[in-house]
Design a protein around this ligand. Structure first.
Ligand SMILES: C[S@@+](CC[C@H](N)C(=O)[O-])C[C@H]1O[C@@H](n2cnc3c(N)ncnc32)[C@H](O)[C@@H]1O
Length: 141
């Protein structure tokens, strides 16, 4: 996990204090690690249950620099254009019915010139060619 986080930080060029969106954050395992490192985190996941658990953990940890929200990667309309210094999406795009919609939304909420780091199940996923950003292929770990 820490290796993936370090790789994401390197690839994304994220800096301490940046506000990052983690799409498909599940119960926030990665989100909390980023928060501990000084990032201002928003975790988003489709699962109400996952987000409930993540919120409970954040409360128990008295963690101020992390927020969680239920939502669909294909519709990030909760967030304005150009909101985030970076976006991560780990092991989740394969569950999204129309990944291009998610990618469009990720680029919309990213500030201009900022990066998203997305990992894919494999290099042959068709959408990989359409995603003009930084990609970590799980197969290369
Ligand atoms: C395999 S888990 C990965 C969780 C975490 N990112 C990690 O790497 O440990 C996939 C997550 O994607 C979420 N997910 C699936 N479809 C989604 C969607 N359309 N929008 C947001 N999250 C979604 C699931 O609820 C689940 O928590």
């Amino acid at each position: 996990m820490m290796r993936k986080i370090k790789t994401a930080l390197d690839l994304g060029g994220f800096n301490k204090g940046d506000n990052l969106l983690e799409v498909g954050c599940a119960k926030g395992v990665y989100t909390f690690e980023f928060a501990k490192m000084g990032f201002d985190m928003t975790g988003q996941d489709l699962s109400v249950k996952n987000i409930e658990v993540a919120k409970e953990r954040a409360e128990a940890m008295n963690n101020n620099n992390v927020n969680f929200i239920v939502g669909d990667a294909e519709d990030l309309s909760t967030f304005s254009d150009n909101t985030f210094d970076g976006v991560t999406l780990f092991s989740a795009l394969r569950y999204v019915p129309n990944p291009q919609n998610a990618i469009n939304e990720i680029f919309r909420v990213l500030k201009k010139g900022k990066s998203a780091v997305v990992d894919f199940v494999g290099e042959r996923m068709p959408v990989i060619n359409e995603f003009a950003a930084i990609v970590m292929c799980e197969g290369r770990k």
